[in-house]
Design a protein around this ligand. Sequence first.
Ligand code: FPP
Ligand code: MG
Length: 296
Amino acid sequence: MINKVEKEITRLIDECGYDEVTRLFKMLSGGKRLRAKLILKIAPEHKQAPLLASIVELIHAASLLHDDVIDEAQTRRGVTSVNATDGSKTAVMLGDVLYSKAFTELVGFDADVARTIASSVTSLSKGEMMDVKMAETFNTDEKKYLDMLYLKTATLIEASAIASAYLAGKDVQKYATYGRNLGLSFQIIDDILDITQDEKTLGKPALNDFAEGKCTLPYIYLYNELDDKDKERLKSLHLKKLDDEESLWIKKKMQEFKTVEKSFELAKKLSNEAMLAVKDDAELIAILETMIKRSY
Ligand code: FPP
Ligand code: MG
């Protein structure tokens, strides 16, 4: 089934009718195709499911192209980012082609499906704006952080689950709960991996989030545990390229206060809530388990 999505994506890209788009798109790594797999599992019988899955993957790819420009990232999923190889202008324009093509295709779907996906793109764009804004200062507000994560990452996953439930005539609320919690849990684990994994495994520099200004959950929990002197030290390392000693200090303090474990506990709690929503669906539970296992 996922091969059908890959073929559909290639068809949509070819339909854009510009060989430069085809060339650049081929250079991207496809990634895990989490959103596509979710749609295929929720609406396996529906003939529009592979197209919907392709649309969502194009939107996701566009958002990552733009995100890499915003973050000035050099690598994405282990390969050199388009902004690094061909420049930021090209990366932005390729993103524009991908998501406008996705929206053109979305027009052919029922209004409920189209509105769900389209409005989630407004949410993820708002989430990205909040992420950038929050990174300018040292944010230690957990709720504010989780609200931003919901918009930036969970909303497109939630929308994929809702839209495919509409397609399949299934209980929309149940799949919305699943998608939202899967999305939140997924991003928290992503944030953990930035701390626990090395550059080679990550396909991007380690401890990069904090250097980019992103105060993710393990940092927020750490800040709240530290004494005043160490709070100041942590604050002084924010938005800075860390040397080995500084990185080690952060990691040691995180171990001392078990802030990665605490973040992981929240990811597990959210993932359990997702599991409860779909407790009769082994395949959707398997997606959650694979995601949780990514972490250590
Ligand atoms: C990655 O986050 C970024 C996102 C999940 C969303 C980005 C959204 C936009 C740029 C809005 C524009 C949308 C479109 C459709 C053009 P991250 O930087 O935390 O993760 P990373 O480490 O994978 O870069
Ligand atoms: Mg980024």
